[in-house]
Design a protein around this ligand. Structure first.
Ligand SMILES: Cc1cc2nc3c(=O)[nH]c(=O)nc-3n(C[C@H](O)[C@H](O)[C@H](O)COP(=O)(O)O)c2cc1C
Length: 475
């Protein structure tokens, strides 16, 4: 659970590279993007311009499927859909393991209290050219406790650095963390908040995955780690804070009537600056804790197919698990295309077992924790199609989908302000709903046996031919 050990393991595997002397102002962000597009290694930035050596930023830590696999303890060379399957299976047997309270931890190496708060001491990058400021929080964890039920939610939301003791928070409507903060505001109270800015990816992962209401992400992290996550108790908020965090802050998020600041614009994961500059909640920071030579874990959103954390692979696994958990039979694979910003283009392959099965699958994807928000197209294919092979999926769409009869549009779904298709007028009215297309790119169930045969050599003929003629195909 120690980020530093993880980084040195990655470096030994040739999966992490150190970069000295980059500028926090756009250079770190642009190098990260260029390297991500080339599927390069994780990048550890040190000697950042204007900052003491050792004050570091790491990016692209789990940006490739291979590094996601290594992080979760799988071999690095398995196919994408196989990786999604293993993620599904890992989460299926995962036992929620509550965190363990400890008195000490590396995060307490340096503690700054009120009067000495200066968030500007950290090299928060300005990631993208049109960003409205610097963002300390991208690969972060925002920790809040439900005021009525007492459980602790952890979510990843972008955190802007406004000034020495003020942070800005962007939480999309309907986020569990936001619902909790709003319930403090409804009682006329500020919400106590803790934020972690540098953390091991296994501890981070649950905070950006969608779990049912009341699921404690620290318990999921413990399940992934195979042991309870050690947490200290924040002195200001009483909230649990991972003892191995690189940087953590505590403070209050006051009701909007008391204080907001202009947040954004910010380059977002669908590939646009859709939320623009707008009034957003703030966190008034009262306490900073950090390790010596702290490392900020950066995960800046980028225009797809660039992706800060191979989210499409991880979400494919958790979305697949949801379909299994509600008991839908015949699901052979789930894949969220990288171009679809991890949830706009979801593909499910099924062995069709009854009329309506394919539509049921599509509706379940759109209603589960992972797919309810953010989706756009759910494409259902037969089990002879590898959902992770995007050309095969497009072939199935091109040949098995009759748009007049195989597509359905659902309107009024749970959308996001990040959706670039929501017009300024609808944004102003607060109408963030979107529409979804169900695309049945599979043979119609009731005459599937009469559907024309596929023009491709059979597996047996291929095997025989390769046995005899294999030398022709050796490079
Ligand atoms: C790198 C990264 C950045 C994210 N930034 C935001 C954000 O700024 N605002 C937001 O609402 N969700 C953001 N998300 C998505 C949420 O973290 C995710 O939906 C999570 O499940 C929310 O948790 P919650 O439902 O417990 O609130 C981000 C995810 C990742 C991986």
């Amino acid at each position: 659970m120690d980020l530093r050990l993880f980084m040195s393991q990655m470096e030994n595997l040739g999966e992490l590279r150190q970069v000295q002397g980059a500028d926090w102002n756009l250079e770190i962000g642009t190098i990260t993007e260029l390297s991500n597009e080339r599927k390069g290694p994780a990048l550890l930035f040190d000697q950042i311009k204007g900052y003491p050596p050792g004050y570091r930023v790491v990016t692209n830590l789990i940006a490739t499927p291979k590094r996601v696999g290594i992080t979760l303890g799988f071999p690095g060379d398995i196919s994408n859909v196989e990786l999604a399957r293993r993620i599904k299976d890992k989460f299926k047997i995962l036992r929620l393991t509550p965190p363990a309270r400890v008195q000490e931890g590396p995060v307490l190496e340096n503690v700054d209290r009120e009067g000495r708060i200066d968030l500007l001491k950290f090299p928060a990058p300005r990631w993208h050219e049109l960003d409205g400021g610097r963002y300390l929080g991208t690969g972060d964890m925002v920790i809040v406790r439900d005021p009525d039920e007492g459980w602790v939610n952890v979510g990843t939301y972008r955190v802007q650095l406004h000034d020495r003791d003020t942070l800005g928070l962007y939480m999309d409507p309907g986020r569990q963390g936001r619902l909790i903060i709003e319930s403090y505001w409804a009682k006329g109270r500020s919400c106590p908040v803790a934020v972690v800015f540098g953390i091991h990816p296994l501890v981070w992962m649950p905070s950006f995955l969608a779990f049912p209401w009341r699921t404690e992400e620290f318990g999921v992290a413990g399940g992934l780690l195979g042991e309870p996550l050690p947490v200290i108790t924040g002195q200001y908020t009483g909230l649990p804070i991972p003892a191995h965090a690189e940087i953590a802050v505590e403070g209050d998020c006051p009701p909007p009537g008391i204080e907001t600041r202009v947040e954004g614009p910010f380059g977002e994961a669908p590939g646009y600056y859709a939320t623009g500059a707008h009034d957003a909640p703030v966190i008034k920071v009262k306490r900073i804790m950090h390790r010596n030579s702290p490392v900020i874990t950066g995960a800046p959103p980028m225009r797809p197919p660039a992706n800060a954390a191979s989210l499409n692979v991880i979400r494919s696994g958790t979305m697949w698990l949801e379909l299994e958990q509600i008991g839908i039979p015949g699901v052979k694979g789930v894949w969220n295309m990288r171009a679809g910003s991890s949830r706009f283009l979801s593909v499910v392959s099924i062995e069709q077992k009854y009329a309506g099965h394919a539509t049921q699958v599509a509706m379940a994807v759109m209603s589960g924790s992972e797919g309810a928000k953010y989706g756009r197209f759910v494409i259902v294919v037969d089990d002879d199609i590898d959902p992770g092979n995007e050309e095969d999926v497009l072939w199935a769409m091109a040949t098995r989908c009759d748009p007049a009869t195989s597509m359905q549009i659902i309107t009024g779904c749970w959308g996001t302000l990040l959706d670039p298709t929501i017009s300024p007028e609808r944004r102003a009215k607060g109408d963030l709903t979107n529409s979804r297309a169900i695309v049945l790119a599979c043979r119609p169930f009731y005459w599937r046996k009469d559907f024309p045969k596929v023009n491709r050599a059979s597996d047996e003929l291929r095997a025989m031919t390769l046995k005899k003629w294999g030398r022709l195909f050796q490079s």
